[in-house]
Write a protein that binds this ligand. Structure first.
Ligand SMILES: C[S@@+](CC[C@H](N)C(=O)[O-])C[C@H]1O[C@@H](n2cnc3c(N)ncnc32)[C@H](O)[C@@H]1O
Length: 262
């Protein structure tokens, strides 16, 4: 296997055999139906960010939009926003009173796409949090809103009561799109199993990592190796996870779609 294959995730066609086949699909079925403001967001990203290729591919985006509609998603989580292609796409496919908890360490990238999100009238659905994703998911699971009620005991010693409104968000999300740091997918999955309702769906992007999961490690450039290993471990783990039904779709860079069943 030559190294150019190992880089295939960063070619527009992703895992498809040829650019011509990719072009055929997007020209026939994707671009003619892609909302104008998603196109605009793509263009703004390409013009403003050297890593525009990180944005979710419109072909995979179309499948996400279909999933959101099929399950009637209203409350969603997104890990890895970048300039907001998948975020705007999600916002466009949930109801007007739907809500997205969108988490990314990089606010600058989010702000590149924000004017387009505002133009689309979708900002009110989005709660963007600039942070590492893991602590935010933990907070949602714990939801420890602590109310201090100061009082005095018979000895006049102050004491306080803690009212822990624990777990309010447990099982309350319909959908999660995970496209952040790949090495944490396994940790994100554990949290999402608590946050998604039974019947809720999590979609994990890049799970074939340019096809490298099935390549020999000696044939790969250094920068591919650690994520490849994380993906191999995640794919193996999730395939055996009885809490979910799953579909490993070779779309884009590989997308694993899980439906929580217990
Ligand atoms: C592939 S991009 C996401 C693309 C996005 N879904 C789209 O449609 O444009 C990955 C994003 O994950 C973010 N990221 C990386 N590590 C993260 C972490 N630990 N927590 C939250 N976000 C993270 C990066 O800042 C980057 O914006």
């Amino acid at each position: 296997m030559e190294n150019h294959d190992a880089k295939s995730a960063f070619r527009p066609q992703g895992l498809l055999q040829s650019y011509e086949l990719y072009e055929y699909i997007v020209e026939t079925s994707v671009y003619p139906r892609e909302p104008e403001l998603l196109k605009e967001l793509r263009e703004v990203t390409t013009a403003s960010h050297p890593l525009a290729i990180m944005a979710t591919a419109p072909l995979a985006g179309q499948m996400l939009a279909m999933l959101l509609k099929l399950i009637g998603a209203k409350r969603t989580i997104e890990i890895g926003v970048f300039t907001g292609y998948s975020l705007l796409l999600t916002a466009l496919n949930i109801p007007d009173d739907g809500k997205i908890k969108a988490i990314d360490v990089d606010r600058d990238a989010y702000e590149i796409g924000l004017p387009v999100i505002k133009k689309a009238g979708m900002e009110h659905k989005i709660d963007f949090v600039q942070s590492e994703a893991l602590p935010i998911l933990d907070q949602l699971l714990e939801n420890a809103s602590v109310i201090f009620i100061y009082g005095f005991s018979w000895r006049l010693a102050p004491h306080c009561h803690y009212m822990l409104n624990q777990g309010e968000h447990k099982g309350s999300f319909d959908f999660a799109f995970v496209d952040g740091d790949k090495v944490n997918y396994r940790h994100y999955h554990e949290r999402l199993m608590g946050l998604l309702r039974v019947g809720g769906v999590a979609a994990y992007d890049n799970t074939l990592w340019g096809g490298t999961v099935a390549m020999h490690v000696d044939d790969l450039p250094e920068w591919r190796i650690s994520v490849r290993q994380s993906m191999i471990e995640f794919n193996k783990f999730i395939a055996g996870d009885t809490r979910v039904e799953l579909c490993h779709a070779p779309i884009g860079d590989g997308m694993t779609i899980c439906r929580r069943i217990s």
